[in-house]
Design a protein around this ligand. Structure first.
Ligand SMILES: Cc1cc2nc3c(=O)[nH]c(=O)nc-3n(C[C@H](O)[C@H](O)[C@H](O)COP(=O)(O)OP(=O)(O)OC[C@H]3O[C@@H](n4cnc5c(N)ncnc54)[C@H](O)[C@@H]3O)c2cc1C
Length: 406
């Protein structure tokens, strides 16, 4: 059950392509990946790359799908929603990392760094992860403390990061670090690094460098959002060369801004991830309600269920159309605050819709073998990452609302 999308024919075609990909390739593997906490297999990664999904935010001149003269946030969220309908963890979140990395590279990278990295990211040849959060700081990005110290030919990184999703498989980590030891400089003392490492499968890895440096990763066990794994990382005298500093010396102290350049895109994308999970949950709830008989009638024949389904459909479509509208605003150069607003709305709606979908399933909704239980646990993370909802409400939305009020 899907209401008219109001998309152009071209975007509708993109949607249809990824709808089929989610049905035929992602959905059949999603349950096992979730329940066994497996890595996303090449059966998903390879065709996803061939379809161009890693390049949705990368301009055509660098090998991506985005027109050279303007962003295409709408195209990106259409793809994201369909992938997330198949699985949030095993497909729908694959675009988030290259999206944030590409926006950082486009806003602060040297031409040489863009030429080197964007085509590899777009083709999916190089997978990447974003490492901002630390054990002692998440919402307060300006307080990041991982230490980068200049050394001959580059920098050494020392300290801990956490929740770095896809850090194992990725060969490129975009790492926010403190290059100025003076902590009073706050966000002005931060720089971004493009850190290369080997790709590892599984839940743990150690990359030992010849000079004695090491990077250790250990996946955090989570309720849901499985497939990419989110890692605790420990950098010990980990060497990165000079050309790893985003923007070169001109990028010193600008890491906070380059990080923020990718955040609005990550937020609208997360709204689309939420819509995809909601759509999947709604579809399951509708079909189960029609099949399951209680007191001699299908659950769907009771008016209470019908009202629930109608309300779910309304919130789902409000979320979809709101996110399309914000994407259009962003493509016209605005929409920064609205991206946070729609993220906040859609992620909350996803928690509620997946809860209602599970409830309509009764006891079976609580069984791992039924996909609606996965949607429920997956949806819960959406209001936490890419800006926790409280932080977005306080630091982005309310701030702008009050500043602009007469
Ligand atoms: C599954 C998962 C994957 C993730 N992937 C990544 C990743 O790939 N890369 C990465 O860098 N990070 C990642 N994160 C981290 C995520 O971005 C952070 O969890 C998030 O930014 C919140 O930070 P925190 O967990 O430190 O919470 P805290 O900042 O400690 O906040 C705790 C609580 O306090 C609230 N709060 C904060 N400020 C205020 C305030 N002023 N007033 C009232 N309440 C407030 C927050 O909203 C939150 O509810 C991931 C997290 C999860 C769970």
């Amino acid at each position: 059950m899907r209401l008219p999308s109001a998309l152009t024919e071209e975007k509708e075609l993109v949607r249809e392509t990824f709808y089929r990909f989610a049905n035929d390739v992602v959905a059949p593997l999603a349950e096992e990946i979730h329940r066994q906490d497996l890595d996303i297999p090449d059966e998903i990664l390879k065709p996803a790359a061939e379809l161009g999904c890693f390049g949705t935010c990368i301009p055509e001149e660098y090998g991506g799908l985005q027109p050279n003269d303007r962003p295409d946030s709408l195209g990106m969220i259409v793809v994201t929603e369909e992938l997330s309908r198949g699985s949030l963890g095993a497909a729908g979140s694959l675009i988030t990392r290259p999206e944030i990395a590409a926006r950082a590279l486009l806003s602060g990278g040297t031409e040489q760094q863009r030429q080197q990295w964007l085509p590899q990211l777009a083709s999916g040849e190089t997978l990447c992860a974003i490492s901002i959060t630390e054990p002692n700081t998440g919402s307060d990005v300006a307080a990041v403390s991982l230490k980068a110290t200049r050394t001959s030919g580059g920098w050494t990184l020392n300290g801990a990061k956490t929740w770095c999703t896809f850090a194992g498989k990725s060969e490129l980590l975009v790492v926010l670090a403190r290059t100025e030891p003076d902590a009073s400089l706050g966000y002005k003392g931060l720089s971004l690094f493009l850190v290369q490492k080997p790709s590892y499968s599984g839940h743990e890895f150690i990359h030992q460098q010849e000079n004695g440096g090491a990077l250790t990763g250990r996946a955090i066990a989570t309720l849901g959002y499985r497939g990419m794994h989110s890692f605790d990382l420990f950098f010990e005298d980990y060497f990165v060369s000079d050309d790893s500093l985003l923007g070169g010396d001109a990028g010193l102290g600008k890491g906070f801004y380059f990080t923020m350049a990718g955040f609005a895109g990550g937020r609208i994308q997360t709204a689309a991830r939420a819509t995809g999970v909601m759509q999947a949950a709604f579809e399951k709830a509708l079909s189960y309600a029609k099949d399951r008989k209680v007191f001699g009638k299908a659950v769907a024949d009771y008016q209470l269920t019908q009202i629930k389904l109608v309300r779910m459909l309304a919130a789902l479509n409000a979320s979809r159309q709101f996110s399309y509208e914000v994407a259009r605003l962003m493509d016209d150069g605005g929409g920064q605050m609205e991206a946070s607003l729609v993220k906040l709305y859609s992620c909350r709606a996803a928690e509620w819709i997946t809860r209602e979908a599970l409830q309509i399933h009764g006891g079976m909704g609580y069984a791992e073998e039924v996909s609606v239980s996965r949607y429920f646990v997956d949806a819960r993370v959406l209001s936490i990452f890419e800006g926790a909802e409280e932080t977005l409400a306080l630091k982005v939305i309310a701030r702008e609302l009050i500043a602009k009020a007469d």
